[in-house]
Design a protein around this ligand. Structure first.
Ligand SMILES: CC(C)(COP(=O)(O)OP(=O)(O)OC[C@H]1O[C@@H](n2cnc3c(N)ncnc32)[C@H](O)[C@@H]1OP(=O)(O)O)[C@@H](O)C(=O)NCCC(=O)NCCS
Length: 146
């Protein structure tokens, strides 16, 4: 069975949280953003994920995770590109993310480091910014062209 990228369903929540734990990412708050989460499904179960938190014209791209058995075959790139396409359909003009481990991966996709003080107040008030991701996490952003 090929890997497909599809919108998450409420019933996917336990498997998604398990995937985030496997990938050492914080699951906090993900249940509130399932409607804008995309999943890569394989015959063996969830292979990857990416989700958006929407704050006005800015999205927080979060939970970009690929199960170790499926890495280095372009899956995360596909998930990010599909998420950014979804963000554009929702009218977003900018995407921001936090990462402690994968800044190099995101830079390849057009993200550039920014200061924490450069993000909008709404986004700076999110759970990810405030309590989940350490102060040492890199903040990266990119504009979303129409
Ligand atoms: C980061 C992660 C999502 C990458 O998943 P992946 O499916 O292996 O990535 P891809 O295969 O799509 O990689 C695309 C390109 O980025 C490169 N790349 C992958 N991970 C990288 C990393 N951590 N740093 C730099 N480059 C990386 C790949 O080599 C590939 O390059 P290529 O096109 O020249 O071959 C995965 O390693 C992971 O789940 N890590 C733990 C969770 C995490 O840190 N998520 C990000 C924060 S939300």
């Amino acid at each position: 069975m090929p890997i497909t990228i599809e919108a998450a369903q409420p019933s996917d929540l336990p498997d998604l949280i398990a995937l985030l734990h496997t990938c050492d990412l914080p699951p906090e708050g993900i249940e509130a953003h399932l409607e804008t989460a995309l999943l890569a499904r394989s015959a063996e179960g969830l292979a990857g994920s990416a989700a958006l938190e929407c704050y006005g014209d800015t999205v927080l791209l979060r939970s970009v995770a690929v199960d170790p058995a499926f890495r280095r075959r372009g899956l995360a790139r596909q998930l990010v590109q599909a998420s950014l396409a979804l963000a554009r359909t929702q009218g977003a003009r900018r995407a921001v993310l936090l990462t402690t481990t994968a800044a190099g991966f995101f830079r390849r996709l057009g993200f550039q480091p920014v200061a924490r003080s450069d993000v909008s107040a709404a986004l700076a008030g999110s759970i990810q910014f405030n309590s989940v991701c350490p102060d040492s996490a890199d903040v990266l952003a990119r504009d979303l062209l129409p």
